[in-house]
Design a protein around this ligand. Sequence first.
Ligand code: NI
Length: 164
Amino acid sequence: MAIREIRKEGDPILRKECKPVKEMTDRTRELIGDMFDTMYEAEGVGLAGPQVGILKRIFVVDVGGEEPAPFVFINPEIIEMSGEQTGSEGCLSVPGYQGEVTRAEHVKIRALDENMEEFELEADGFFARAIQHEEDHLHGTLYIDKVNGELTDLSKMYDEEEEE
Ligand code: NI
C-alpha cells in the first residue's frame, strides 16, 4: 500500500465524471487500500477516486466516532435523501479552506463493497454529509460549488488569532 498524490482544485481531473467499476481486480484492490492510506495520512474523513487521479466510481469514508467504519463505496447510488442540515465542510483537494454547505440530513445509499457485493446503508448527520460530499466528487462536483456565502481562508483565521 502507498500514499498517493492528492489532486488539488484546478486539476481538470477533479471535474470529470467517473466510470463504474465492472469487476474487482488486484489493481482496484490496491487502489482502495491506497485510498484509505492516503486519507488517513492526510487526516481526512473521506476520499474519492478523482482525488487520486482515478476516474472510477469509488470513494472511502471513515468519520470515526460511533459509526461503523471504515467504509468503501463502489458504484454508489444515493437512493433516498431527506431533511436538511447546514454545516462546515472542507476537502483534501481544497486545502486551507472551509465553507458552509446545506445538504440532506439523511441519506440511504446503495453500493458495492470490495467483494462487489451489494449493500444498503442509511446515514444521518455528519456521516450523511460525508457521503454526499464524496458522491459529488464522482460527478466532478466540489463542495465549493455549493457553499453558502464565502469560503473561509483558514490561514487568515489563524493569523488573526495570533495578532490578538
Ligand atoms: Ni472532498
